[in-house]
Design a protein around this ligand. Structure first.
Ligand SMILES: [Ca+2]
Length: 520
């Protein structure tokens, strides 16, 4: 039954591609442009996802004029891995990037990035800011991805402090400075220049603009802090480990602790005294919102330029936050887990003239779906080896369900936690011995299993594995998970033949990836 539903979903998409292309090609109509906006560490804390506090008119506008995918999940909640995956349309076991240092072209020379694919189909492409993870992109910010030279906008992180070289400063900064003091202000300015140059060239374009806020440190001009009162913010209501969950599901929030003003608190401790102090938690939450509003104001400048140049009607806009974020739930900060707050992502799109507006597609979806969706929307051929499905049917009818579940994964030491999320449940299985989809799934290597019921327990306070009341649901999720792993392995084998991979991945790059993946 599960397989049937899954296959039906895929068939629907394939039929759509074969018979009714979303974009009808004709000689007189130019393919749509793409404005591709990457946002670092942005969780879905905006009005389109139910947030009542965030002041984000830019993203609110995109959602009102387009689509806010309500149930979009990241492939792996860390920049290097999620970005390699989004940019190539493949899950991490196929990109072979699970960390912050691997360039996908080094370990998967056959992979083609999405903008490179659009170049091959007649597009100009340009980029500024963070699109790939900086530490894992080759020279020129992955030069094959752009027809124009990449524009680097890196500046000093802080306006008011200068940490020693290679060291971090405070986790927050509120300074009365102009927007372009920080990198995102410059990224908007350079993105606007590139947009003008691309328009002059006259060909369809793929313009990527990457913003680095609200990633830590939460630095933003004072006017964005002033949009909020600190008293508005509540700390996460549940800051303990989920009952029945394994240690390996967690980390010690080392990324946050590496900033100079953060005490060495004990993440996921049962001892209240060892939590991050409440005042510091509220300051960090305020900083996260301020940094988000700052980034949003830069997005508005780019959207306004699209209007001014008369390009908006024939430009598809996609905006993704590269993964979610823990703001204190389970005592966790940062990302680096398979829990809801790290994996649930912000994904907005705006179509060309005539497409639906103010739509909130409810289908489960994943970031690997972005690549085939943009192909479908522009009439560019979709590579057959991609792991995702086109979301266009859900953009025509937001109630259409294309996936039964979304899949995420996160490595911890020698183990990989694969997690499937249906509308109601999350089922996470930790598999040891450097397992990846390269190998057939084996239950013998399972180290821990977790399951959460989001209808009854949205804060993930208790794993229901072994709970008799959930016996049927658990059996259903187990079946679905085993089907998913079988499919992943099959897809891996098919792709490895296509890519002519001679060497197994369970060697150095795999082990290096696992080690880095667990670093905070
Ligand atoms: Ca990130």
């Amino acid at each position: 039954m599960n397989k049937l539903i899954q296959n039906q979903g895929l068939n629907l998409v394939l039929m759509g591609l074969a018979t009714v292309p979303a974009f009808s090609q004709s000689k007189d109509v130019k393919r749509p442009n793409i404005l591709f906006v990457a946002v670092d560490d942005l969780k879905p804390l905006i009005a389109a996802y139910g947030d009542k506090i965030a002041v984000t008119p830019g993203m609110d506008r995109l959602a009102k004029e387009g689509f806010a995918f309500q149930n979009c999940y990241v492939q792996q909640a860390i920049s290097g891995a999620t970005r390699a995956s989004i940019m190539t349309g493949m899950r991490p076991d196929k990109t072979r990037v699970w960390d912050l240092v691997t360039d996908f072209r080094q370990v998967n020379p056959n992979a083609v990035s999405i903008s490179e694919h659009f170049i091959k189909n007649g597009y100009e492409s340009a980029a500024t800011g963070k699109i790939f993870h900086m530490g894992s992109a080759g020279p020129g910010h992955d030069a094959p991805s752009w027809t124009m030279p990449y524009v680097n906008v890196k500046v000093a992180t802080y306006a008011n402090s200068t940490p020693d070289k290679g060291k971090k400063g405070p986790a927050l900064e509120c300074a009365d400075v102009p927007d372009n003091t920080y990198q995102d202000g410059l990224a908007a300015e350079e993105g606007i220049k590139l947009m003008n140059q691309l328009k002059e060239k006259g060909k369809p374009f793929f313009l990527a603009v990457g913003f680095i806020k609200p990633h830590l440190p939460f630095v933003a001009p004072k006017k964005y802090w002033d949009l909020y009162n600190r008293d508005q913010f509540q700390i996460a209501p549940y800051q303990k480990k989920a009952v029945g969950s394994p240690e390996m599901a967690y980390h010690v929030s080392g990324e946050l602790k590496s900033y100079t003003d953060i005490p060495q608190f004990d993440s996921y401790s049962e001892k209240e005294l060892e939590y991050l102090p409440v005042d510091k938690q509220k300051e960090l939450i305020h900083g996260y919102y301020a940094a988000t509003s700052y980034m949003d104001a830069q997005l508005q400048k780019v959207l306004n330029e699209l209007d001014r140049l008369g390009l908006a009607e024939n430009t598809i806009v996609v905006l993704w936050g590269d993964h979610g974020w823990h703001l204190g739930d389970h005592g966790l900060w940062n990302k680096h887990t398979d829990f809801e707050n790290a994996t649930h992502a912000c994904m907005l799109m705006r179509g060309t003239k005539g497409m639906l507006q103010n739509a909130k597609p409810t289908t489960q979806c994943e970031f690997v779906d972005i690549f085939p969706t943009l192909c479908d929307l522009t009439g560019v051929p979709t590579p057959k080896y991609l792991d995702g499905v086109s979301l266009v049917p859900a953009m025509k009818n937001p109630t259409v369900q294309l996936r039964e579940y979304a899949m995420s994964q996160y490595p911890r030491s020698k183990s990989m936690g694969y997690s499937i999320r249906t509308k109601q449940f999350r089922y996470t299985v930790w598999i040891g011995d450097y397992y990846s989809a390269e190998k057939p799934f084996s239950a013998a290597k399972i180290e821990a299993v977790e399951m959460y019921d989001y209808v009854k327990d949205p804060l993930e306070t208790k794993s229901v594995i072994g709970d008799k009341a959930y016996a049927k649901d658990e059996a259903m999720m187990k079946d679905m998970f085993e089907d998913a792993m079988e499919r992943e392995h099959k897809q891996y084998v098919n792709y490895s033949k296509l890519a002519n991979w001679q060497t197994p991945i369970s060697t150095d790059s795999n082990k290096k990836g696992r080690k880095m993946g667990s670093i905070e």
